[in-house]
Design a binder for this molecule. Structure first.
Ligand code: ATP
Length: 205
């Protein structure tokens, strides 16, 4: 698995936010996207995962290779924790939800309706979902929000195991997960300038 992203431009609300983003990622690697609030990390991740079209550029991998997890994880509130994981396993055509249940310490919560989980427990369920997708590239937007220290460590272990098994991950996070094979990309340099800014001098001449 090799992901190559070339000259990708992405937009939000009809306005270009990032221009000409290029990077490559191999199996076993994690890419940590960095940049200030509002620069376009979420927009970039959503575009990579195929949830919105790119303005321009190339992504060599099919979105079907990717699993996306963000703040809204598509958790079904009335289904139990176990039913949620079983549902996703059926959607993605995979088997065996127990490893995900164990990795995120959800076993004791298996019968609880997801709507009754705390914010951190919900996030753990959303991250456990990644494991049952069976997809090689995980695209993660602020995955550690709401997680306590113990849960952050659980998540770090799961990501490390995913990379060791030949998967890859792209994530926007401010937390150092101590991953062995992580590279970082500061997207500040790719900020798209608006037409007004492009012609700023001319506007005054
Ligand atoms: N619906 C929208 N219409 C217009 N602009 C939007 C819309 N949603 C977001 N934006 C703007 O698009 C830009 C990129 O937003 P995005 O959420 O991708 O940034 P981010 O880097 O993930 O930010 P943060 O670190 O705060 O989560 C921001 O300037 C934001 O204000």
């Amino acid at each position: 698995m090799e992901l190559h992203v070339q000259k990708l431009s992405v937009a939000r609300g009809g306005l270009a936010v990032l221009k000409d983003v290029s990077f490559s990622l191999s199996a076993g690697q994690a890419l940590v996207i960095r940049g200030p609030n509002g620069i376009g990390k979420t927009t970039l991740l959503r575009t990579l995962a195929g949830l919105q079209p790119a303005l321009a550029g190339e992504i060599n991998l099919d979105p079907d290779m990717m699993a996306y997890a963000a703040h809204v994880d598509g958790i079904k509130a009335t289904l139990s924790v176990e039913e949620n994981l079983a549902f996703w396993a059926s959607v993605f055509g995979t088997q065996g939800i127990e490893p995900a249940m164990i990795a995120f310490a959800l076993s004791d919560l298996r019968d609880r309706p997801a709507g009754m989980l705390s914010a951190g427990q919900k996030r753990r369920l959303g991250l456990a979902r990644l494991m049952v997708t069976g997809r090689p590239v995980w695209v993660l937007d602020e995955p550690t929000v709401s997680l306590d220290q113990v849960a952050v460590a659980m998540f770090g272990k799961v990501i490390e195991a995913h990379l060791e098994a030949g998967g890859a991950a792209i994530m926007a996070t401010h937390i150092d997960l101590g991953l062995k094979n992580a590279i970082s990309l500061d997207i500040g340099a790719y900020k798209a300038t608006s037409a007004l800014e492009d012609n700023f001098d001319e506007a005054f001449l």
